[in-house]
Design a protein around this ligand. Sequence first.
Ligand SMILES: NC(=O)c1ccc[n+]([C@@H]2O[C@H](COP(=O)([O-])OP(=O)(O)OC[C@H]3O[C@@H](n4cnc5c(N)ncnc54)[C@H](OP(=O)(O)O)[C@@H]3O)[C@@H](O)[C@H]2O)c1
Length: 340
Amino acid sequence: MGYKIVVVGATGNVGREMLNILDERQFPVDAIEVLASRRSIGTEVSFGDKTLKTKDLDTFDFTGWDMALFAVGSEATKKYAPLAAKAGCVVIDNSSLYRYDPDVPLVVPEVNPEAVLDYSKKNIIANPNCSTAQMVVALKPLHDRARIKRVVVSTYQSVSGAGKDGIDELWDQTKSIYNPVDNKEFNKFTKQIAFNVIPHIDVFMEDGSTKEEWKMVVETKKIIDKDIKVTATCVRVPVFVGHSEAINIEFEDHLDEDEARDILREAPGVMVIDKREDGGYVTPIECVGDFATFISRIRQDSTIDNGLNLWCVSDNLRKGAALNAVQIAETLGQRVLKKG
Ligand SMILES: NC(=O)c1ccc[n+]([C@@H]2O[C@H](COP(=O)([O-])OP(=O)(O)OC[C@H]3O[C@@H](n4cnc5c(N)ncnc54)[C@H](OP(=O)(O)O)[C@@H]3O)[C@@H](O)[C@H]2O)c1
């Protein structure tokens, strides 16, 4: 016997990827429903070799369904996730709405799988922000060995992190620069994204940081250790899929770069590609469609006592969202629901 699964936001970037990953990982599905807004009723989405027709979230009854993988914005999540949870269907949510709620576990299965057991307070489990998810996969095994004191991270985040409208804007703007025929308005990003970079993701906070940067700080603390200090600069770059991060880590104990490389080679979800030669590292285009978080450019930071630098790349629609959500569903299934 398998699970009855609902994919909410099935016409979006993350929703479509969740359907691909459920199929690729042969998640034991007995029944599946795909939901989106009313405007998408009847839109076809693929699930393996099947084509499913999207239904309206607003009229759906979650009673009798095991898990709902939510990939809609916070506003729709606020309205519909509690209804699903109340109907007995466990919500695994990709929005930021519940991530900081003390009664909702924030889970990256390679890092804190045991946290899923706390799902029952609200019947909801939160997925972290895409840039946090890949970073904590890299940090956790190093923290276990040498205790991380401080992390300085700069991100290079792809436009797919801003939803399907983000992808469309980069595509249309790039074409319009070569062929400025139609005076199309661009309003997804705050400045031109084609052939440019924008040091601004999500809204500004009072202290001058952005909410994306704040999310990396508080989510890392909630997932790994409240004592880790993180400072982040998050930047949108004209890449369609795949987030990159330059990470500087300061440890309490000494950690040699060779030992760090060995630890990361053994770490779950990590793939080390680190040759000190032309092309001996991973770039975002190479990580698309992959499950792994890729680590390259591991090297000592000689400006502090116990410091390392590394380069971390992952498919933001996968480890940053859809894959992590399916891994949470797998973990909840294996540890709690025990079907399949
Ligand atoms: N993209 C990433 O890298 C990433 C990473 C982590 C988390 N997330 C989060 O995941 C969620 C989805 O992101 P995305 O990138 O997939 O966005 P997207 O491509 O814009 O897709 C949004 C989906 O939500 C549906 N939707 C929106 N409002 C709705 C409503 N009122 N009722 C029902 N369905 C509604 C849309 O349906 P229609 O097609 O009918 O409009 C669509 O299926 C967001 O909360 C986002 O912050 C995204």
